[in-house]
Design a protein. Structure first.
Length: 116
């Protein structure tokens, strides 16, 4: 097994307001620990943002898509630390998606450790 720290970032998310864009998808034969997620509002006004966990993992429990945060307000020119000390474990094909009330106004920075 190899542990690799990585950063995934995307500016101007989502491409269309009200539609989730994928920030990260776990690769085949990989588990991922999400260490942190920061959303930055680059708009001149407050926006609301949501983060969704897409879980395609097949195992003995039921895994469904869930919201990590929903319609959280982020003031103009401010950032939000979404996990605030918590961690998420993602399995192969799981994904994190971002939405915002205004298109292209969230910069997202994700810190992860991939386990292969």
């Amino acid at each position: 097994m190899a542990n690799t720290f990585k950063i995934k970032s995307n500016d101007a998310m989502p491409s269309s307001a009200g539609t989730f864009d994928t920030l990260y998808t776990v690769q085949a034969s990989t588990d991922t620990v999400v260490l942190g997620l920061i959303l930055c509002n680059v708009h001149s006004s407050a926006v609301t943002a949501s983060v969704k966990l897409i879980s395609n993992t097949v195992d003995t429990e039921t895994n469904v898509n869930t919201l990590v945060v929903k319609d959280v307000s982020i003031p103009a020119a401010s950032s939000l630390e979404v996990l605030s000390g918590s961690k998420l474990v993602l399995r192969t094909t799981d994904a994190l998606q971002i939405d915002c009330s205004v298109s292209a106004k969230i910069d997202a920075t994700l810190s992860i450790m991939e386990i292969t």
